[in-house]
Every structure is written in structure tokens, then in C-alpha cells.
Write a new protein. Sequence first.
Length: 122
Amino acid sequence: MEIIWTGLKSLIKRDVRMMGKTSIWMFPIYGLTVFLEPICSRIKQRHIVFRGGVYTICIFIVEYWTGSLLKKLLGICPWDYGKRRFSIKGLIRLDYAPAWFIAGLIFEWLYNMLNKFTKNTS
């Protein structure tokens, strides 16, 4: 998903090669989305705005926590939002809330599709 995001950002800059990039650190960080599963199960009957808001907050927490941890332990962070207007300590960008809202709902949809698939094959 990050490769698509950064590739689209390069297209906005008129780079038709749409080169996306990421860091190897992002794989375990994005792997933490598995912990959204119990939350997804508990709030599945709630309104879409509520669910998307919960996912956004969870993603912000994980992004802030993992970025802080990497900076403390290794002195690096794969992303640097430090010079952005809506940045908090360079670790999260509040203006990314709509993107995380949609990403959370995509994760939820994928989780539900996987659940349906596994129930049908059992």
C-alpha cells in the first residue's frame, strides 16, 4: 500500500515513472495491523464513521509509537514529517487522517473477505 501511495505522489510531481519506495522497517510495522482484527470484530456493527475513526486513531498510535521507538533505539525513523504543518513531533501527520480512515476500512474489508473465504473452505 505504501508503494502505491508513494508512486501516486510521484505522479502528482509529474513523474510518470510513478516510482514508489518504502523501508524494510515498514514490513513489521504494517504487520502490526493484525492487532486490528479483534477491534474489527468488536465494532463490526457500528457505523462506518465510528469504525473508520477507531482505525485512524489506532494507526496514529502505532505510527507514533513505532516511530518513537525506532528514533530512540536506532536514531532513525523511516518517515520524517518534521517540517509538515500538521505534524506531531515529526512522527504523525494529522492531515493524513482521511488516508488512514480509508486504509483502516480497506483493512477491515480485507479481513472480512478473508474470514468469508476461510469459512467457505472449512
